[in-house]
Design a protein. Structure first.
Length: 413
């Protein structure tokens, strides 16, 4: 019978290496399970290299952490939902082992095995997740720690799963809202570029021997076509230099802050960015307050995830105001970048002692507003792109047809 080399963890969390004989890899795995070993890797004999003497003191699980990829948002959401369900009916260690086994030969399996190993070693779940900090954000770990301290880990994991699912839903709506207009705009640019590069020059060749002055529209289109054909490299170089200059300028905190503040003042995009941030913050804070996590800690952790620097500065000011004893509603009002509804509901929640419920309602309202706003914007943007594309193509076609009609007129005369 063939032999298989294995790397496993025993019930004490220690690494175990060796060989096991079995009819197949599944039979060998079953033999190790019977010995109460949690199999990390098992391969045909000789496939698992022994550790070098220089690295004997470093366990394999610790050495490979830098080589692992992170959990995707979808994987993290699914893991949270599964863990919240399983720990209600089984021990945490067994629940983690069960979930990890579902990711056979996958980077997610190695990440979950690392967390499971930390729990087996006696660490709290939140501390074990620090091994994979790239996959489990600080806010996530803070809420897990709050659940462990209060004895309500299943409830908090369920809230976390709801939060992640809702954020993924909003993110999907944003991508869906942007995908069609972007594709439509790209197609329009490609069509116009193809007409200018291939169709117009061929038509020009037919009119070179006519000896008549071409219509103004035709001359303008021919001039643009020749310019793009002869100087496309200069345009590409200028675009690359402009992109490089913009990238360098955005590394300046003052310039980047001014740009982000300007974005917030734009008629349509500014409102979209503000509402998205307000909805995300309201839902996150609602979940944290309901989980008995300190509001200040939640604001501090969420501030680092905000990309818009103007909104990040406002969130930092809000956190500082609450740290000095102020209320959330008063801090939001002074920031002057959040929707009035969020300010009103936050104040109502604080006065009634139901801040979590009021923030959740604010998030639901802002998310509905986002849905209706994007639907209305798309209903105007899509026809607008089509109309602009139609006008440009019509002008090019007219530039080609006008000389033909002119020649027919002269021939008829």
């Amino acid at each position: 019978m063939p032999s298989f080399d294995y790397l496993a963890l025993d019930t004490a969390g220690h690494e175990r290496r060796g060989s096991v004989i079995g009819a197949s890899i599944d039979d060998a795995r079953a033999r190790l399970d019977a010995r109460r070993f949690y199999v990390v890797r098992i391969e045909p004999g000789g496939a698992i290299a022994q550790p070098s003497p220089a690295n004997d003191s470093a366990p394999l699980l610790s050495r490979n952490i830098s080589l692992r990829r992170t959990l995707t948002t979808k994987q993290l959401t699914l893991f949270t939902r599964q863990l919240a369900t399983l720990i209600e009916v089984s021990p945490l260690e067994e629940a983690l082992r069960t979930i990890a086994r579902q990711h056979d030969r996958d980077p997610a399996r190695r990440i979950l095995v690392s967390v499971h190993a930390g729990v087996v070693e006696g660490r709290r779940l939140s501390r074990a997740m620090e091994r994979e900090a790239a996959s489990f954000p600080p806010l996530y770990r803070a809420m897990v720690a709050a659940g462990e301290s209060s004895g309500s880990l299943p409830t908090i994991l369920t809230r976390l799963a709801d939060l992640l699912e809702r954020q993924a839903e909003i993110r999907g709506k944003v991508l869906t809202a942007l995908a069609y207009p972007v594709v439509l705009a790209v197609v329009a640019v490609v069509v116009v570029a193809a007409l200018m590069a291939f169709v117009v020059p061929r038509v020009v060749e037919q009119f070179d021997s006519v000896g008549q002055q071409l219509p103004l529209l035709t001359r303008a289109v021919i001039g643009l076509s020749e310019f793009f054909a002869g100087w496309w490299w200069a345009l590409a170089l200028a675009a690359a230099l402009a992109a490089l200059a913009w990238w360098r300028a955005m590394h300046s905190p003052r310039f980047a802050l001014a740009v982000d503040a300007r974005i917030l003042r734009l008629p349509l995009i500014g409102r979209l960015v503000r509402d998205l941030h307000a909805a995300r913050m309201a839902r996150t804070l609602s979940t944290m307050v309901a989980s008995r996590l300190p509001l200040l800690e939640g604001l501090t952790l969420t501030t680092g995830t905000i990309r818009n620097r103007a909104l990040r500065a406002a969130s930092e000011d809000i956190a500082e105001s609450i740290r000095t004893g102020g209320s959330l509603s008063a801090a939001l009002r002074r920031a002057d970048v959040f929707p009035p509804l969020l300010l009103y509901l936050a104040a109502a929640g604080e006065s009634a002692g139901r801040l979590d419920a009021m923030l959740a309602r604010a998030a639901e309202y802002l998310e509905r507003e986002f849905d209706s706003f994007t639907s209305a914007a798309l209903s105007l943007l899509e026809p607008g792109i089509i109309v602009v594309m139609g006008v440009v193509v019509t002008l090019i076609v007219l530039a080609i047809l006008l000389p033909i009609l002119q020649l027919n007129t002269l021939a008829g005369a």
